[in-house]
Ligand binder design. Structure first.
Ligand code: AMP
Length: 205
């Protein structure tokens, strides 16, 4: 894998809108959105890896760091090999990784983080409701059970929030995740574009 990959991290609690914003960003030429939750859900459920994923996610737990980073590397390589991602030209928008201090350290050799977008929402109750609604129409077994959702919130505070300490404070942009999606998108772009300018190539080149 060529290194370092020019990257923006979408960071924040489950349900805060990383996926919603990431998907929109991924439609912009020159931005490639990679969500590790989607990566895991795309695994064959009968495979050993797929079974591992289900075992952890249905309990609201993180998949172990080694397995996650290994799969992430293979997945990125696959995107490169199939021309879906051109590291010299594209900005990688990572959503859902790194999710632990260990992952931040392991992934560091592969990525050059230009900006960390920290999506924030002070009240977790609307996030829990949002996740429950989403579970109904998106086939996410880990999101159907409120106990599991609350466990995911705890895991975020215990294991994931410390990831922010890994990055220089000046690198982190806090964006209020409450509001119109278009407005939140505007705030995110206002943070990403200046950081990315001159760092990635012309997507039409
Ligand atoms: P998400 O769609 O991002 O909420 O992720 C769904 C589930 O996938 C999580 O609850 C974890 O079990 C697993 N997962 C996604 N990303 C990671 C990661 N970076 N590290 C470990 N587990 C992850």
């Amino acid at each position: 894998m060529p290194t370092p990959l020019k990257t923006v991290l979408l960071f924040g609690q489950p349900g805060v809108g990383k996926g919603t914003q990431g998907k929109i960003l991924g439609t912009v030429p020159g931005f490639v959105h990679l969500a590790t939750g989607d990566m895991f859900r795309g695994l064959d459920r009968e495979s050993e890896l797929g079974q591992e994923f289900i075992r952890y996610s249905t309990q609201g737990l993180l998949v172990p760091d080694n397995l996650t980073i290994r799969l992430w590397r293979q997945y990125v390589q696959g995107l490169i090999d199939t021309n879906q991602y051109r590291p010299d030209n594209d900005l990688l928008v990572l959503d859902g990784i790194p999710r632990s201090a260990g992952q931040a350290a392991m992934i560091d050799e592969h990525i050059d983080v230009l900006r960390v977008i920290h999506l924030t929402c002070s009240d977790i109750e609307p996030l829990i409701e949002r996740i429950k609604r989403r579970a109904i129409h998106s086939g996410r077994p880990d999101d159907a059970d409120e106990k599991v959702i609350r466990r995911r919130m705890e895991v975020y505070h215990q294991e994931t929030s410390t990831v922010l300490d890994f990055y220089d404070e000046a690198m982190v942009a806090t964006v209020d995740a409450v509001g119109l999606p278009g407005e939140i998108l505007m705030h995110i772009l206002n943070e990403i574009i200046p950081a990315a300018r001159g760092q990635v190539g012309n997507p039409f080149g």
